[in-house]
Write a protein of this length. Structure first.
Length: 225
């Protein structure tokens, strides 16, 4: 039974998540692009929230880039410039920095959301669910960094092997990480769930948010009547 669960979660679920993600993303952009927005009262209400929003948005984008390049760069390619051990050190170091920035940003957003009455009035249950889900995912990611730093190089390399087997539709992908730590598996499954709900939530604003938006000197807070 355990093998069946592992095979579903780490062989089939990634493909399901990506199919749902791309279908939702394309449909949302093509048919309902005007609904892709973030309320100013939720993200940029004063300097404290501005800092939290900047840390979160830039941090999460850099974390995503790090995951993408780290997991999907073929071993033969990165071995031209570094060993797997060096790559692990780089991944842990940068992951810890960017992950911590993201975590701090989320904490600031949570604190301001609960302490600012005007923001609370403009917050929906979905907002709270998403922000706590992201907090859990980033926390799991930071915990997995500690595991990566103390486990074997082979254990770290297997994560890249698993990801590359997924995108090449190898049926034995799940077996590669069957014996890995629970913290990795929780991080992966939570991440896949985020991909599934991404196009159908306010997370979509990340896809269209202009960079210049973060550097505006003034903001207008809109109250819900």
């Amino acid at each position: 039974m355990e093998n069946y669960i592992n095979n579903f979660l780490f062989t089939y679920l990634p493909h399901i998540a990506m199919a749902v993600f791309w279908f939702g993303l394309i449909t949302r952009i093509v048919k309902t692009s005007r609904t892709i927005q973030a309320k100013s009262s939720q993200f940029l209400a004063g300097d404290g929230l501005k800092w939290g929003s900047n840390l979160f948005h830039y941090g999460i984008i850099l974390v995503f880039i790090g995951h993408f390049t780290g997991l999907f760069t073929p071993e033969k390619l990165y071995h031209l410039v570094m060993t797997t051990a060096t790559k692990r050190i780089l991944a842990v170091s940068l992951g810890a920095v960017f992950g911590t920035l993201t975590f701090i940003g989320i904490i600031i957003l949570i604190i301001r959301r609960f302490r600012n009455e005007r923001i609370k009035l403009n917050s929906s249950p979905q907002d709270y669910f998403i922000i706590f889900l992201l907090l859990v995912e980033v926390g799991l990611g930071l915990a997995s960094m500690a595991t990566t730093a103390t486990s074997s190089v082979e254990n770290y390399a297997a994560l890249g092997e698993w990801a590359q087997k997924i995108i090449t539709f190898q049926p034995d992908a799940g077996a590669v990480i069957a014996g890995h730590s629970l913290i990795y598996k929780l991080h992966i499954v939570t991440g896949l769930f985020i991909f599934i709900i991404f196009p159908y939530t306010k997370l979509m604003h990340i896809m269209v948010l202009p960079i210049a938006y973060f550097f505006r000197s003034g903001y207008q807070l809109v109250r819900r009547r």
